[in-house]
Every structure is written in C-alpha cells, then in structure tokens.
Design a protein. Structure first.
Length: 318
C-alpha cells in the first residue's frame, strides 16, 4: 500500500512538473486557415521538426483574442497575436474591460507588421468606410484580431452592429462570399502581400478602401495602432496607394514554459529568419532591433536571456 502511495505521489509530481513547464510538446495556436499566422506557425513547426531541438504541435484557433485567452487558461503554450490585443488583454483594457486582465503569457519576438485591409469588389459603389452603412460586412472570425480591429474602425466612423450587418467569417469564407457577392466588404488584419487577398484579387477585381486621416488619428489616440500605407501594386489590379492603420504581430508564450525551452524557441526563430521569410507571405523582418520594436508586453525570461547575450535589454515579467 505504501509503495503504491509513493508511486502515485511520484507520478503526480511528474505530471505537475510537466504542466508547469508546458510539457515536452509546445502547443502552438495557428489561427484560421488562409491567414499569415497559420503560415508562420506551421513554418516554425516544420523548422523545429527538422532541427529536432523542440517538439511543436499546431492547434487551429479563431485568432488573436482566442489565443491570449487560451494561453491564459493554459490550453496553449505559444501563439502569434496582435500586439495591441496582447497588451489590452494583459491589462484588462478596451475590449477586455469586462473580462478583466488575462495574464500568464509574455513575449518572445515581434515578427511582422499587419495592416488593416478593407476589401470590396471593384464594381462596388463602396468607396469609403462611411459607405458601409447598411451593407453586409465580414468582420473576421469571432475572437479574432480582425474582428476587434473591424469593430474599432467602424466605431471611429460612428458605425455599429445596428448600422452594419456584421458576419463572423474566417478568411477563406470571407473571400469566397465576397467573390460571389454574398457580402459587400471584408476586413482582414494581415501582413502585406497576404495570400488570401492576393488570391481573391485573381478570382475577381477588387479594390481596397482607405481609412481617412481623421479616423486614423482617432484610432491611434485610443488604441495601439500605427500609420500604414499599402503600396500600389501590392495586390493584383491595385493601382493606388492605400492609407490605413497597422499593428505588430508578436510571438508570445505561456509563462509556464521553461526558460530553456523559450530560449531555444527564440534562437530557432532568429536562426531561421530567412527561411521564415521564404515560407510566409508577409514581410517578416526579424532582426534584434525590429524584434523588440512595438512589443508592449514584458518578455519571457528565456527570450530576455537570448537578447541579453546579444547586447539587447528587454523588460521581463515579474
């Protein structure tokens, strides 16, 4: 009996230790199929599989807001999220005031800038965000960064869910329904040269709707947005530069992951930055300076150790 009890205690200890470090396998939230988070997460997994130092298992999620919640609740060990959502969730601000602070995660590396795309068919009579009044619009999946950004942008123009028919669609479904004329517009928060937008532009003629200076100022004063220009010819048939706002996409991890695991993950990303750029459609600009730029949450101690060894000091949690 005593031997059995001792065995059970030992087993529980092993399980608790495994939970506290995130286990041997890193559960990585990818967001929806067709998005750049999905591309980046699967690329990191492929690199890790080839490298052999880390074991990564990808998990499909709704997007940034879902990822921070799942990380906070220990269902995920790593994910790519929008910097504004990671910051707001950690501090219980803006869209997270009601739910309160979601903690338990920290930053590893800033990966790329994401522009807020507003896409309509070229033959549409929609030429500004104001024209979305009374229209059917995909605002992104529920709990995605696109959804939160869409709601904030619409609100900056005085529009709400009673004035716009909002639909929660993933990237692929939004593109399909826009092509078929089932919706009038779609919001996508994605890195430039996004595959889903480029492929849509080849299926039907599209145009991008800009955000005017007044709304940009309002959004920047209230949230963590930066100015952004989508250069002309970024997408098929796009002849004009389009002004919008953007956020930074950041790789974050559960605080329970060990310093050793996170340092290995940080090194894996930096050592394979060129391969990531080749396999991800966004402009992945991973340098020591760019990696910490625009990241508004504390870094994991394992990542901080990697940066410190290269002369970069970052703020850590705790």
């Amino acid at each position: 009996m005593k031997k059995l009890l001792a065995l059970l205690i030992a087993l529980m200890t092993v399980l608790l230790c495994s939970c506290s470090s995130g286990g041997e396998t890193i559960r990585f939230g990818t967001a929806g199929t067709g998005g750049i988070y999905n591309e980046a997460a699967n690329s990191i997994k492929s690199i890790a599989d080839a490298d052999g130092t880390l074991k990564i298992e990808t998990k499909t999620t709704a997007g940034s807001a879902a990822n921070v919640r799942l990380l906070s609740q220990n269902y995920l060990d790593a994910a790519i999220v929008q910097s504004d959502i990671a910051h707001d969730a950690l501090n219980g601000e803006n869209n997270f005031e009601k739910s309160g602070s979601l903690g338990g995660y920290s930053a590893v590396v800033g990966m790329f800038t994401e522009a807020c795309h507003i896409v309509v068919r070229k033959d549409s009579d929609i030429n500004s965000v104001d024209d979305l009044l009374g229209k059917t619009v995909s605002i992104g999946e529920e709990e995605s960064g696109s959804e939160l950004n869409a709601k904030q942008i619409l609100s900056a123009y005085g529009l709400n869910s009673k004035m716009v028919k909002e639909k929660n669609l993933n990237y692929a479904d939004a593109a399909k329904q826009l092509e078929n004329g089932e919706i009038d517009a779609a919001f996508f928060t994605l890195g430039l040269n996004a595959t889903v937008v480029e492929e849509l532009s080849k299926q039907c003629d599209i145009k991008l709707i800009g955000i005017d200076d007044s709304a940009v100022k309002k959004l920047k004063n209230t949230y963590s947005y930066v100015d952004c220009k989508i250069p002309k010819n970024t997408y098929n048939g796009q002849s004009d530069e389009v002004g919008t706002v953007a956020v930074k996409a950041v790789l974050i991890v559960n605080d329970r992951l060990s310093d050793e695991q996170v340092k290995k993950l940080t090194q894996l990303v930096f050592d394979n930055a060129q391969e990531l750029q080749l396999t991800v459609s966004a402009d992945v600009d991973i340098t020591l300076e760019k990696a910490v730029e625009g990241v508004k949450i504390p870094f994991h101690k394992g990542a901080a150790e990697y940066y410190s060894e290269r002369g970069i000091t970052v703020k850590t949690a705790g």
